[in-house]
Design a protein. Sequence first.
Length: 268
Amino acid sequence: MFSAFADTVYEYFGFKYTLINNFSVSIYGKSAELNNLVIPNNIEDREVTEIRNRAFKSDENITSVSFSKAKKLNYIGMYAFADCTNLSGKVILPENITFIGTSAFENCGQIENVDFRAKCNVPSQCFSNCANLNSVTLNGNIEKIESYAFENCTNLKYIDIPKSVTSIADSAFNGIEDITLVCRNSTTFNYAESHGLKYEIKDLLYGDANSDGFLNILDVTAIQKYKIGDFDLSDYGMTCADVNHDGSVTIRDATLIQMKLAKYDVDF
């Protein structure tokens, strides 16, 4: 036991921790010999609910981390694992995590896979400079991919962006020249187009000409106004509006949408 910055720091099976209250603790760091981290659920009958800012920063001895036992962990602080240059393999961030700080895994160049199940946005610089990162799975609750989140992840060639994402920072994928984004809504499609990135379109709502996420009479009106020069369709809207897949948006597409809305058997 020792004191740091007015907090009393304890040690338990290689983990250094501080008390949050009578029921929970915050992991502060680790002893030198603990290298394959399995974050515990409890320490001395108190729940592990957070990992402090910079808890393991620059610890080059860490080779793996698992959060599978930490069922009450909800907070990973800023720079918590930054510069852990030998942290490798797969990192699974479970559903119970609701906050991840800026640069939490920055410069972890040996991480290869990330399964981001955490119920929070992908924070700024979270995985920047993770050069060996080649696979990322994102959950369907993420709304934002923040600035420099995947900057210089040069081995990341393909990422499926959930339909829930409504904001992608301009710099989110800086330094990655050859990446394909799977687009499931207009946000990702427009991002890929504006940044000159390759993309695949999946799960489009064909007929959604005005790109509002719904198929209704407003889409018919959008096409009609587009044809007389009174409305600009977005690139995504143009793709959705071309329901007969003839390469252009015409009144025929508007008619097919009307038939769909009227419950006719229309194939799109």
